[in-house]
Design a protein around this ligand. Sequence first.
Ligand code: 3HC
Ligand code: NAI
Length: 685
Amino acid sequence: MSPISTRRHGEVLIVTSNNPPVNALGHAVREGLVRAMDEADGDDAVKAVVIICEGNTFFAGADITEFGKPMQMPMLPMVVDRIESCTKPVVAAIHGTAFGGGLEVALASHYRVAVPSAKLGVPEVKLGLLPGAGGTQRLPRIAGVQKALEMATSGNPIGAKEAYEIGLVDRLIEGDLEQHAVAYAAEVMDTRPLPKSSERDDKLHEARDNPAIFDEFRKANARKFRGFEAPESNIRAIEAAGRLPYSQGVMEERRLFMELMSGTQARAQQYFFFAERKASKIEGLAEDTRPRDIRRVGVIGAGTMGGGISMNFLSAGIPVTIVEMAEEALDRGTGTMRKNYEATAAKGRMTAAQVEQAMGLLRPTLDFGALADCDLIIEAVFENMDVKKDVFGRLDKIAKPGAILASNTSYLNIDEIAAATSRPEDVLGLHFFSPANVMKLLEVVRGAKTAPDVLLTAMQLAKKIRKVAVVAGVCFGFIGNRMLIPRQTQANKLLLEGATPEQIDRVHVEFGMPMGPFQMADLAGVDIGWHRDPNRIENIRDKLCAMGRWGQKKGAGFYDYDEKRRPSPSPVVAELIDEFRARAGVQSREVTDQEIVERTLYTMVNEAAKILEEGVAQRASDIDVVWVYGYGWPVYRGGPMFWADTEGLPEILGGLQRQQERLGPDFSLSDLLVRKAEAGEKFTR
Ligand code: 3HC
Ligand code: NAI
């Protein structure tokens, strides 16, 4: 049965789409829409048309699952043109999300009405694409060039109210959408000529009068667009709208669209769209597993992490009890939380009332016993096994039966922590990333005895607090931090062999990472995990720590910093490296950028393969989700596993074998990597 059905209400033809879950514009939908337009044109009794969707949303875009397969006619650009060429006025009735191809259908309709909660956007750029069904030509004609540039290159939607204010929506509908849309259609049924967005050019003058608008936009956003191909193509297509007549503009749009579609970045970003959605699925979970009810959350420790973790729940309307050891630490922690909320409010992303509402849900206390009524308790105290065991032992006596007990540990063994309680089935790791109120990633660490419903609760709760959660198994550093180890080991070795911190960081930044290993160390604190004995100097880092060069916070680390925290190469560090090199008896040599890639990035892939074969990650794509959301791996490279597949596993293996001697005796190849490379297989497909 076709997902598109039609029925009459008086002289209005109501065209309804029913294609769950998101009314994606798959082949049958496209075909149905064309048929409906033919029906409207062919029936004299029809005076107007309403296009509306059942379920949660208006068309949320093209069907991404069809990408990469042979396209079936009619293609979306033809469908939208057919809608615009309908001889009766077409009204798009929007609720939920009119995204991508969905917005393009609405733009081709002669009129648009929407409920106030609707969102309108062109997220194609997030899939490495551009709105390729006339969107880059019609959107600037209706919303204006500047707005179109912003929407197309960010991919972020706007609300219906803003859309109404800028003329993208003709009427906001309070009440029953279909009923009001039909009434609106009746109002406009005799209007001629029909307003066609492709024929408008009043809003294009913005660009025609000031062609510099495009270069200014490029310049203002250069940092954000770094490395990505799709934003530039979106800009060029919109530029074409200002320069060319519609019929030529769409041809330029098509050319740019096809160019992007056949590129690696689009494949990587589309892969990542599904990877992110797959990550929330727990392998082998019994269907009848039900989550536990989480009404109040407890957090132990109001330091860097505890405060940020608490804010996630407060922002989602979930009350938090936060416990500290001393009044001063508690006040400092809650003070920081308030300051962070107020900074968000100052940027206009929150109202003062919302700040008070969130802070009003916080119950700060020094009384450990106050955790007794919490359904989930997250420990974020010092990274020390004895301290953690002591905390969990005490929690065991206080927490109510069925409460979930979680640790935010970065590296420590969750099973050992769980063993400090009489209820290891209720214990798991919830590894947030810093700053915890900002970073999207949450590693949910499943212990040997963690109950399935505990795991499910954590995964569902993550969604509520707008995190992307990935299941990890117990091992040192779980998925993300474990992969940092070979990278850092090799980066340190490379310094001694002749590379500089600047060269290694540059290679990583050019690859697309937000920063390199030494920039990251300076930002996070060179002293993190330091043994704190200034007389015990075994490596360059020990020496930097002993010298008080703890990174940005001290104005010096691997780099020197000025008063504005701008880095410059440090002669002191260069001298130090020379000293250590001489002491180790290593001869300095020229290190190529390619060697840096092979020794710091290929080794990460190798570690990831071990993580996969040990079952620490459920699937290769989860590792990619961890690295994109936790460490800023460029999404246009898909993540370390997808990237390895695009490089070719034989190439990765070959690179590692070439470097084997330099990698050192502690390095070993992953069996899985070797097997897959030899069999011509991939990790992600
Ligand atoms: N095509 C195919 N499947 C889609 C889809 C799409 N466009 N959008 C969502 N889905 C699927 C998801 O994969 C998921 O499947 P699953 O249940 O099997 O995992 C299911 O629909 C529900 O999606 P979400 O879990 O994301 O549901 P939410 O309610 O959280 O979000 C949404 C809904 C806001 C619509 C979100 O899914 C979304 O942003 N989708 C993508 C929209 C998009 O990118 N549109 C542009 C497509 S490209 C295009 O239109 C090209 C054109 O210009 C030519
Ligand atoms: P922190 O030192 O900033 O905060 C720890 C807080 O816990 C301190 O305020 C301390 O007073 C309090 N505390 C210690 N013992 C306590 C107890 N028995 N009862 C109540 N409060 C107690 O440390 P941070 O950085 O917040 O780290 C906390 C945990 O989170 C560690 O396990 C760490 O490995 C992990 N983590 C840290 C990340 C980071 O980037 N800082 C990232 C992810 C995890």
